[in-house]
Design a protein around this ligand. Structure first.
Ligand code: ADP
Length: 319
């Protein structure tokens, strides 16, 4: 293998830049040429491809977002779209592709691999919803952004007796809500993986109020429903003043934490190793602090699950 490509696709995540940097530097270390594909699969179809040098990825390790930009591309879900992508790669003589993104992006990578084009996936998403890796790139940064925001809300909350509902990202996965809830001592955590027990939420709120608690925090993953309608229901059921904060896109931005930079560097470099070993259709990950790789098909075929021990603990600690 002499030339490889790298792209970022789907929702961006802090640390993607550190992963791109690792891919580029590790590849050049092994005397490969590296090509950056802009705007994910959209840019691949359009041939928006440029050669990256050591200096192209200088000064990006600390930046959020992705220097290659990202996109969603419906056309790439079709055979013709994928064929156009392969033609562009062949035109540039790129022999292997590293795809940094979430499970949707991996489906694209799997399709290319099935068509005979070797791809390796690197898990980059703030949701931490990918099987086969303990952590995804961006999760730790997003979690810390949430914690910082909740700490600020707590500061103002101490002067009012209120219930605070914080809506965090996570359409199908509750990891951000669960970890943030544990890290911030939330009264209740509402996540898509668990049946919402509204009565339990209300009981906890009223019990806390009777104990003289000044304020309560409830963390809701967006997949469970709207924070505003939830807040209204809670206010009606408890008669306690309720405030809702939807954290939104601030969770996607910001300089990656040290953990995300290190994770991204390790996973990006490992992806280059796999291409050099002649592997294809694999996703790199980290499990028990060891680098691993799995068949992308296996990763995609399993439902992401939540850590039950942590969920149980969150209930035990918020009595
Ligand atoms: P993420 O990678 O963050 O999960 P998406 O689900 O939006 O984000 O997927 C990103 C892109 O991956 C899509 O816009 C599309 O171009 C490509 N993709 C998603 N699903 C498929 C599929 N089944 N086949 C081919 N490409 C796909």
């Amino acid at each position: 293998m002499r030339k490889i490509g790298v792209l970022t696709s789907g929702g961006d995540a802090p640390g993607m830049n550190a992963a791109i940097r690792a891919v580029v530097r590790k590849a050049i270390y092994h005397e490969l040429e590296v090509y950056g594909i802009k705007n994910g699969y959209q840019g691949l179809i359009e041939g928006n491809i440029e050669k990256l040098e050591i200096g192209s990825v200088g000064d990006i390790i600390q930046r959020g977002g992705t220097m290659l930009r990202s996109a969603r591309c419906e056309e790439f879900k079709t055979d013709e779209g994928q064929q156009k992508g392969i033609e562009q790669l062949q035109k540039h003589e790129i022999e292997g592709l590293i795809v940094i993104g979430g499970d949707g992006s991996f489906r694209g990578a799997q399709k290319l691999t099935e068509k005979g084009y070797p791809c390796i996936g690197v898990p980059g998403t703030i949701d931490n919803d990918i099987n086969g890796t303990d952590f995804t790139i961006g999760f730790d940064t997003a979690l810390n952004t949430i914690i910082e925001a909740i700490d600020k809300i707590r500061d103002t909350a101490t002067s009012h007796e209120r219930t605070y509902i914080i809506e965090v990202m996570g359409r199908d996965a509750g990891d951000l809500a669960l970890w943030a809830g544990l890290a911030d001592g939330a009264e209740s955590i509402l996540i898509p993986e668990k049946q919402d027990d509204f009565d339990d939420v209300i009981t906890r709120l009223i019990r806390g109020h009777e104990r003289g608690k000044k304020h309560s925090i409830i963390i809701l993953a967006e997949g469970v429903g709207s924070g505003f309608s939830y807040g209204q229901r809670i206010q009606e059921a408890t008669n306690l003043e309720t405030r809702v904060t939807v954290l939104g896109y601030i969770q996607r931005g910001g300089s990656p934490t040290a953990s995300d930079r290190v994770l991204a560097s390790r996973l990006g470099a490992k992806a280059v190793d796999l291409l050099l070993e002649g592997k294809a259709g694999r996703m790199v990950g980290i499990q028990k602090n060891k680098l691993v790789d799995h068949n992308i098909l296996d990763i995609l075929s399993k439902q992401h699950t939540i850590n039950d021990e942590m969920y149980k603990l969150s209930k035990e600690l918020s009595i």
